[in-house]
Design a protein around this ligand. Sequence first.
Ligand SMILES: NC(=O)c1ccc[n+]([C@@H]2O[C@H](COP(=O)([O-])OP(=O)(O)OC[C@H]3O[C@@H](n4cnc5c(N)ncnc54)[C@H](O)[C@@H]3O)[C@@H](O)[C@H]2O)c1
Length: 454
Amino acid sequence: MTSTPKASQVVTALHELSHEMALREKITTHTALVGVIGIGYVGLPLAVEKAKVGYRVVGFDRNAIRVAQVNQGSNYIRDVDDDELAKMVANERLTATTDFAGLANCDIIIICVPTPLTQNKDPDISYIRNVGGEIARRLRPGQLICLESTTYPGTTEEVLLPMFAQTGLKVGHDYFLAYSPERVDPGNKRYTTKNTNKVVGGVTATCLSVATSFYKQTILEVLALSSPKVAEMTKVFENTFRAVNIALVNEMALLCDRMGINIWEVIDAAATKPFGMMRFDPGPGVGGHCIPLDPFYLNWKARQYDFHTRFIELAGEINNSMPYFVRDKVARALNLKGLPLKGSRILMLGIAYKKDIPDWRESPALKVLELLAQAEAAVDYHDPFVPSFQDAHGRTRHSIPLTEKTLGQSDCVLITTDHSQTDWDFVVRHAPLVIDTRNATRAVRQPRDNVILL
Ligand SMILES: NC(=O)c1ccc[n+]([C@@H]2O[C@H](COP(=O)([O-])OP(=O)(O)OC[C@H]3O[C@@H](n4cnc5c(N)ncnc54)[C@H](O)[C@@H]3O)[C@@H](O)[C@H]2O)c1
């Protein structure tokens, strides 16, 4: 015999349904107030994308400088269009603040804070915990919370969910919680936030459906997955895939160097195969906020399951060895000219971790520079995207101009980043010796006896 629900149960169920319905309505009519916590490389483009379709967006950040810049409509992320940002700010669709009190008013909160490693290469999820606490203090019925930071499988349900559960609110009924990794590729003109497929995992079926409906408003293809864990694993797998394949091609480069084979010719040839092959290029190592860090999130989690991720360890070992190889390659080349590394003038071209972006976080060029400086070489650098940066000793270094004189005065020009705007013909023409770790000079046709490729 089925018992009839009590009146109070019916009222509760109707309330829960009304929270969900009200949120869905705000999502589809673009009247929801969206909060983005962390307005950096990921958060700012995302905030602009949401504002462009009509949502009112508030960026929350601890960095008062970034907050002030946004409020002035001043752009600091290259992937964001200056005019679009200025327009969104002028028409008050986008504002920013350091005051987290406003989280209470947001219908949707997206978390885009950093997920670095500790000194011991363990995940540092203190940023996620911190903002989780800020949200929990203000959580109210009818809110959707989405984590977008890259992290190990389990974070949403093992870290955020328990914090929110303490409020007494019920996930999937009162509020909604999901994980959807950001996949942005800084500097990529073809794939942007809008046309890069999005994957979403919800804590409950309703969380998934609400979150998916939200992302579909601004992203062309949204794939609903069975859980946050699957979405978290998808993201770390993608970045591990890159790290491992870059390591493989780097190992091939080391072997080719020993065998006197041109690795670039090998890669170009292999890339002509129309199936079963995907091109990855070797280089001075890996950098940025993702590839050097994210695989270690998975590695750490795997250890809790008594599982050793050997590919990740090996890839890390090979990729981390590349700056040492580059230093040795410079030393060998100088040696053939009768010059020791000590006292030689080396001009490094590129500090950014990859071309056409200003991001130098974890850049392998930093390590190369440090190793050369340790060997007492006199190192300068030029990078049109990085006018200055702090080296390993906290010393501020400034980019020097790329001129006939600076090239000619160096004993060796070391190409560490292949920015598109650099005139490589000019570099090869005026430098006495060029070590090219990116094959940036591939199009230089003039006599190039002074060029040594990785
Ligand atoms: N940069 C990328 O290419 C990329 C791509 C995909 C995913 N991700 C992931 O996205 C996340 C964010 O990366 P990012 O590159 O945008 O980092 P970022 O450093 O550019 O931006 C993070 C922002 O969060 C702010 N912040 C830090 N702690 C905060 C706090 N407690 N409260 C509010 N704001 C806080 C910082 O001031 C900064 O502005 C990371 O998990 C990263 O792995 C990055």
